[in-house]
Each structure stands twice: as structure tokens, then as C-alpha cells.
Design a binder for this molecule. Structure first.
Ligand code: C2E
Ligand code: MG
Ligand code: MG
Length: 642
């Protein structure tokens, strides 16, 4: 009996079904269509084998039984080609710029129903001639014509909508369709070779290996769904207009010893097992230590968070792993409502935007992406664009705020303070853009521009002849962490013919110990090159005396919060007095910032503060006004100053 190829095909399709069913799938539309295709192919080979057996032994069966199985074979072969077309359509449709008219989809469905009805109600004849077993008749002819039509339509689709179909999927579909065509032609011209159903099996196999192998959607390390599948899944949910909630859980590890590494490994394994066993939602891993969980309701999302917390708490109960919280630094992003974004790309980029660059220095451990957070993000992006635009169009300006030396009675330095000039001429103060530039990394380019402008200004105006000994420059946190900064800074100074002592770099304190270490390293290298440092914003936020002890500081700048509280708080007065005495005993000089009135100035001067910076003397001034200010104040006899 001529059923060798069909039996081979049957094994292939059964194996594919077993493999496919064994692996977890995320339930995408294409996955559902593919499983229908597999069932249709199974129906095709089984009915093909059945009809060959029945025709070969036709004397034992009634004509109706043989016709029924033969027609089942024709319907299933048509179903395979029709479902393949539907599979292609599912892939292309969400990417098309315009919605496909409902009429077209309806038309195709009607076409399929008409074909099936035609097959059912039209005659089918059989031939059993030696080794040759085949069928013919109107039902058969119509099936072949309609299969040919759907195959050609699928092929045309792969060429016409090339842009909207992933190249791998396109090639796999083309290979499948051409295989079917070639096999159908061979069988048409040589009815003894029954290979059409085998062709269907080969097609299903090509699609399995190229596209639908669920294992390729799964991360090898964790067994969870991979990042590429996440996008497909979001596409699917948005297309189906299903509401969902997302929880991103991430951790960033810091191991300082082999014991730490072992603890982390143990915890990571336990967390992976927990996430792998999650039943309430789908879990994807997008990178090492990053997990995105998708749920159909916010309460499931909160429950998942609780499970993770419980798991971490359980790990930290073990005395050997009690420091796991600080070693892992877990971070959570919630998206309670998927309508915050309109597409997979939008929601992915939103989540990405909320992932902190450094978990360890980030004080927050979670963020919720809601309407307010998205608005704040857009504002942040606007500001980032403003900084980029200012850099590209040379609208970064540097203002100088004179600093008065109490002992000499003149202005011996000034602080360089950046401003951005908008296209309409408005000036934007740094408070609104420096933290964002720092956060987005734009601060590096911005600081380079500020330094160059300041150096060029110093070279052009020979400030020393106007009494200025050095200018204060604010060092950004990122510059402080950059191991290449000291060399770049020295090169820039050399380029403008300036000595390192002509500037004082202002550093600020950071909460992160790691950043402090990196800053200290940078400062020590700069110090070797002759640089001096001021500790800025002392007394605001988290001031730490260890900076004064550990860092090579020459000047401490009392923040205006501290100086203003000095005037009405006994405690602040005690701190200012004690720190001033302590600094002086260490050879460190003091600048009081934010001095706005004559009485404040006098009190500070009497206290022994070395330098005064504040609106009482001058606001930050543009280059020309600053030069005029120095000419008017520094070049006059001491008593005339201000
Ligand atoms: P800062 O380094 O502590 O600078 C002192 C700030 O206090 C300046 O604000 C200055 O205009 C303001 N100020 C000075 N005297 C008085 C006063 O008497 N009363 C009041 N109310 N304010 C006074 P500005 O220019 O808005 O700068 C704000 C912050 O932006 C700076 O604080 C600094 O942290 C940052 N910044 C400014 N320019 C740069 C820069 O070029 N690079 C970097 N990385 N940061 C900068
Ligand atoms: Mg400063
Ligand atoms: Mg300051």
C-alpha cells in the first residue's frame, strides 16, 4: 500500500504536537493559529492514510464511507492552506498602517465556508489502478484550485506586505508555500506519488523550527519567557484591547567577597524558582536580573510583589544571607493600568525610562507608572531636549557671581553658574535642568561646554589683573565618577594656557559610598595636578563630616539654608560656629552663601567667615557685567567696595 510518505508525515506531525504541547506558550494569536494548523495537518495525513486504505480495499467498504474519508481529506488539505493564509494575516494585520476592512475578512470566511460546502455536496470519484490510488471529480478539482488560490494569495502577501512581516517569518512561509506547490505539482502529474499531505507536514515542521518553536521563546538561564516574546505578547494584548497590569522586578547585585557571591547565587536561584512557578501571570526575563510580570488584574500584581517580598524575607532569615536586601537591591516598577500606553513599544519604553541608572545610589526602591508619573517623565524629556538644543545651538551661557574676600576687602573669586538661553531670549536657571541633565547623562556634554566657556572667558579677560585669583566651577557627580576626567580637565586647562590653581572645583556630597570612593580617586588625581576643591552646599541635605576628613578639601561653602538658619536658630548657630573653628584649625577656609543683607554680612564677617557670596554683593552676572563689576569695585580703594 502506497502510504509510506503519509506514515512518515504522521510521525512528524505527532512529534511536533507533543513538543509543542510540552512547552509553555504565552497564548499569542499566531500560536493559536499554529496549533490549528497542526491539527489540520494531522487530519490531513490521517484522512489521507485512511482514504488510501479504504480505496485499496474498496470491496470491503461502502462508497459513502470511502467518499466521506476522501472528502475529509480534501477539507483538511484546504483547511491547512486556508489556516496558513490566516496565520500570515494575523502576523501582518497589527503592523498595517490602516485597519483591514471587515468586509475583506468576512469575504475570506465566506469563501472558506463555500469551498467546504462545495466539497461536501459534490461528487468525488476514486481510482485504484495497480499502485496508483487517487481521487478525482468536481470536489477534487475545486479543492485543488482553491488550495492553489490560497497558497498563491499567501505567497503574494509575503511579497506585497514585505515591510509588515518579520523577514524570518516571511522566508519560512515562502519556503512552506513553495514546498506545497512543488509537491502538489508532482502529485498532479504523477498520481502514484502521494506526497501532498507529506508536504503539509514538512511545512508545519519548517514553521515549527523557524518560528513556532516555543523553546526559542524561553530564556535558557531561567526557563522564563524571553524579552522578544514580551513585545509580541504586549502587541497581542493591545490588539485584543485587554486591560492588564505589569510589575517589573529587578535587582542589581554587589558582591564584595566570595561569601557575598555565594549568598547572591543562592538567592537568585530561589527567586528564579519562585518566578518560574508563578501561576497568576506570565513572567518574562528581559536581561540578567530584570523580570517583567504581566497580570490580568492589579491585585494579582500586588500579590506577586508580596510573594517576592516574602521570598526575600525568608532568604534574609538565614543568618548567612541576612544582608541579602543590600546585596540584591530589589527595585519594583508598577504599571497598574495598561491604558497608560497605547502600544507595546510605548509601554516598553515607559518602563525603560523609569528604570534607574544605578539602583545602589537610588534611594527609592519602587515607582508606580501612573498618569502623574508619565507627565513628570514628559516634562523631564522636554527639559532634556532643551539642554540638547541649547548645546547644539550654542545657547549655553555662563554667569559669574562675585565672591567677596573679607580679609582683602575685594572680590577675589567668583562662581561660574550656568544658564540656558531659550530661543525667545528667556533665561532658564540651572535648578530646573541640572538634576535632569545629571540623571540623563547630558551633564557630561553640558559641563564640557560650561568649562570651555569659562576657560575661554578667563583667557580673554585676564581676570587676575582685576583681582580674581581663581574661579569656582561646579563639578558634576558624573564628572567626579569619571576616571578619565582628570586627564581631560588638565588637557583643557593647558589648551587655554591656564594653571590648575586658577580654578576651584566645587564638589557635592552623595549618598552612595561607592560614588564617594570614585570621587575621592578623581580628586586625588586632580590634586596631584595642582587642583583645589571646595565642598559645596555644606549644611543642606545630608552633610557628612567624613567628607571634610577624607577629601582633600580647601574650602567649605556653607549652603544658604545653613546660613539663613544661623540667624534664627541657636542650634544652627552652634553648628556654624563649631564647623568654622574646626575648619580653620584644619587650614580650610569658609564661604558663606546666600548672604542677602548688610547685617547678615556683618555677622558673618564678625564670626570669622573668610568669603561671602550672596545677593547682598551681587547676583550672578553675565560676562560683560561681571567685568564691569570688578572694574568698579576691585580697582577702587577698599573703603568704596559696595
Ligand atoms: P550652587 O553651586 O550652590 O550655587 C549657588 C546658588 O545659589 C546659585 O543658584 C546662586 O545664584 C544662588 N545664590 C547665591 N547667592 C544667593 C542669595 O543671596 N540668595 C539666593 N536666594 N540665592 C543665592 P543657581 O545659579 O540657580 O544655581 C543653582 C545650582 O545649580 C547650583 O547651586 C549648582 O548646584 C547648580 N549649578 C549651577 N551652575 C552649574 C554648573 O555649571 N555645573 C553644575 N554641575 N551645576 C551647576
Ligand atoms: Mg556651587
Ligand atoms: Mg552652593
Amino acid at each position: 500500500m502506497n502510504i509510506y510518505t503519509q506514515v512518515c508525515g504522521l510521525f512528524i506531525v505527532l512529534l511536533l504536537l507533543i513538543f509543542y504541547k510540552k512547552q509553555p506558550t504565552i497564548g499569542l494569536e499566531t500560536e493559536k493559529k499554529y496549533i490549528y494548523i497542526l491539527y489540520a495537518v494531522l487530519g490531513c495525513v490521517v484522512s489521507d492514510i485512511g482514504s488510501v486504505i479504504l480505496i485499496t480495499n474498496s470491496e470491503m467498504y461502502s462508497y459513502e464511507t470511502i467518499t466521506m474519508i476522501g472528502k475529509l481529506y480534501l477539507i483538511s488539505i484546504f483547511a491547512v492552506t486556508y489556516l496558513t493564509l490566516a496565520y500570515e494575516f494575523t502576523e501582518i494585520q497589527p503592523r498595517l498602517p490602516k485597519q483591514v476592512p471587515n468586509g475583506l475578512q468576512f469575504g475570506f470566511r465566506m469563501f472558506a465556508i463555500v469551498v467546504v460546502l462545495f466539497i461536501l455536496f459534490h461528487p468525488l470519484y476514486f481510482v485504484h489502478n495497480g499502485n496508483a490510488v487517487y481521487s478525482y471529480g468536481p470536489a477534487c478539482t475545486v479543492t485543488y484550485i482553491c488550495c492553489f488560490f490560497t497558497i498563491v494569495t499567501t505567497l503574494i502577501g509575503t511579497y506585497k506586505f514585505k515591510r509588515y512581516i518579520n523577514p524570518k517569518r516571511r522566508q519560512a512561509l515562502q519556503l512552506w508555500m513553495y514546498t506545497m506547490l512543488v509537491f502538489a505539482f508532482i502529485q498532479f502529474f504523477n498520481p502514484k506519488i502521494l506526497i501532498v499531505s507529506f508536504g503539509c507536514c514538512l511545512g508545519a515542521m519548517i514553521t515549527y523550527f523557524e518560528l513556532e518553536n516555543p523553546e526559542s521563546n524561553i530564556s535558557r538561564n531561567t526557563g522564563l519567557f524571553s524579552a522578544t516574546t514580551l513585545k509580541d505578547y504586549f502587541d497581542y494584548l493591545y490588539k485584543k484591547e485587554e486591560e492588564f497590569s505589569v510589575l517589573m522586578f529587578a535587582y542589581s547585585t554587589t558582591a564584595e567577597s566570595s561569601i557575598d557571591t555565594k549568598t547572591i547565587r543562592k538567592a537568585v536561584d530561589e527567586l528564579n524558582t519562585l518566578l518560574y512557578d508563578f501561576k497568576d501571570g506570565k513572567v518574562f526575563t528581559t536581561a540578567e536580573g530584570f523580570f517583567i510580570m504581566v497580570f490580568d488584574a492589579p491585585d494579582k500584581m500586588m500579590y506577586a510583589r508580596k510573594l517576592i517580598d516574602d521570598a526575600i524575607a525568608k532568604i534574609s532569615n538565614d543568618p548567612e544571607s541576612s544582608n541579602i536586601q543590600s546585596l540584591l537591591r530589589p527595585y519594583y516598577i508598577y504599571v497598574p493600568e495598561s491604558c497608560i500606553a497605547n502600544s507595546s513599544l510605548e509601554i516598553l519604553s515607559l518602563i525603560n525610562d523609569f528604570i534607574p541608572t544605578d539602583f545602589h545610589s537610588n534611594l527609592e526602591t519602587e515607582v508606580t507608572i501612573d498618569e502623574a508619573a508619565v507627565q513628570a517623565l514628559y516634562r523631564k524629556k522636554e527639559i532634556e531636549d532643551m539642554v540638547v538644543d541649547a548645546l547644539e545651538n550654542d545657547r549655553v551661557e555662563v554667569y559669574y557671581q562675585p565672591i567677596y574676600c573679607v580679609e582683602e576687602g575685594i572680590y577675589t573669586s567668583a562662581e561660574a553658574l550656568v544658564r540656558i538661553r531659550l530661543q525667545d531670549g528667556t533665561l532658564v536657571n540651572p535648578g530646573s535642568f541640572i538634576p535632569i541633565a545629571e540623571d540623563t547623562g547630558r551633564i557630561m556634554a553640558l559641563s564640557d561646554a560650561i568649562f570651555k566657556k569659562t576657560f575661554s572667558f578667563m583667557r580673554s579677560y585676564r581676570l587676575t589683573s582685576l583681582g580674581i585669583k581663581y574661579l569656582e566651577l561646579n563639578l558634576s557627580i558624573r564628572q567626579g565618577e569619571d576616571p578619565f576626567f582628570p586627564n581631560r580637565f588638565s588637557d583643557a586647562l593647558n589648551k587655554y594656557g591656564l594653571s590648575a590653581s586658577s580654578v576651584n572645583l566645587e564638589i557635592t556630597e552623595t549618598a552612595s559610598l561607592k560614588k564617594k570612593d570614585m570621587l575621592m580617586h578623581t580628586m586625588n588625581k586632580l590634586k596631584e595636578n595642582g587642583c583645589n576643591f571646595s565642598l559645596d552646599d555644606f549644611g543642606s541635605g545630608s552633610s557628612n563630616l567624613s567628607y571634610i576628613i577624607d577629601m582633600p578639601i580647601d574650602v567649605i561653602k556653607f549652603d544658604k539654608d545653613l546660613t539663613s538658619s544661623y540667624f534664627h536658630s541657636d542650634k544652627a548657630r552652634a553648628v556654624v560656629t563649631a564647623v568654622t573653628d574646626m575648619a580653620h584649625s584644619m587650614g580650610i577656609r569658609i564661604v558663606a552663601e546666600g548672604i542677602e543683607t548688610e547685617s547678615q554680612y556683618k555677622i558673618m564677617a564678625d564670626l570669622g567667615i573668610d568669603y561671602i557670596q550672596g545677593y547682598y554683593f551681587s547676583k550672578p552676572l553675565p560676562e560683560k557685567d561681571f567685568i564691569r563689576f570688578l572694574q568698579q569695585n576691585n580697582l577702587k580703594p577698599k573703603s568704596d567696595v559696595c
